[in-house]
Design a binder for this molecule. Structure first.
Ligand code: 6PG
Length: 242
């Protein structure tokens, strides 16, 4: 997997540089387009990045009125639930920036999973430009789990084999819970992907991924194939085995 590595001393420096990269990407997209379509990552790591984006100087460098925000995945819970990715983004970013309500495209996790997935597929189909017959995000932020999952594409789950749907529900045995996730076709159709990985616990799986070490089966994150347009933002702790 060819990709761009951005390795930084600390999480703080990583979040600042990732924020700079995001601002540059948004500004570049808006030079030639009426809007920029950005899918946000869930989990814990991006909290710090969203907080940085919500503060100066980054806050003032983003045309929030022309930015549309989406989610790479969501837990099948409502927006007030402590596990909701939307709640995490609202608390760390949306409440602090002037992005119009109509530009925030939440996955309705409280719907039955199939309905939530179909609803979100309609949303991205109607909002996003299409390239190669698929909706195209200008930028997708993703994290990576210790098992090499990304978004809600977990190892040995049927969603990894999805070739038609852009959004699908997935039952995650390990967590005994349903999730809704963008699928590989739409992730690999993104104009650019940014992966945020921090902490020593991710160092081993990161080595496997970035050094293409053969694995019993490809790790989900290794299924991201638009290598030339993948940017990894990694702190030294996560990079220690590279
Ligand atoms: C989620 C994310 C998930 C996350 C990874 C890494 O909904 O949790 O989509 O893919 O990015 O699990 O999570 P951390 O950043 O918390 O380690």
């Amino acid at each position: 997997m060819s990709a761009h590595l951005h390795i930084h001393e600390s999480r703080t420096e990583l979040f600042e540089q990732a924020a700079n990269h995001i601002v540059s990407r948004i500004q570049s997209v808006l030079e030639g387009n009426p809007a920029c379509h950005l899918a946000l990552a869930g989990g814990d790591t991006p909290r710090g990045l969203y907080s940085v984006l919500a503060q100066e100087p980054y806050r003032g460098q983003i045309e929030w009125q022309r930015l549309h925000l989406y989610f790479g995945d969501e837990r099948c819970v409502g927006p007030e639930h402590h596990e909701s990715n939307f709640r995490m983004v609202r608390e760390n970013l949306l409440q602090q920036v002037p992005v119009p309500e109509s530009n925030i495209h939440r996955i309705i996790g409280e719907l039955p999973p199939e309905q939530a997935a179909a609803d979100y597929a309609r949303t991205i189909a109607s909002q996003l430009p299409h390239i190669s017959g698929l909706p195209q995000f200008d930028l997708v932020l993703l994290g990576m789990g210790r098992d090499g999952h990304t978004a809600s594409l977990f190892p040995r789950t049927p969603i990894l084999n999805e070739t038609q749907r852009t959004v699908a529900p997935v039952f995650v045995e390990r967590m005994n819970s349903w999730r809704i996730s963008l699928t590989l076709p739409v992730l690999n159709n993104a104009a650019e992907i940014m992966l945020l990985v921090t902490g020593e616990k991710k160092a081993d799986v990161l080595r496997h991924v970035l050094q293409n070490i053969p694995h019993a089966e490809p790790l989900p994150v290794q299924r991201l194939t638009n290598g030339g347009r993948i940017h990894w933002f990694i702190d030294l702790a996560a990079a220690k085995q590279l």
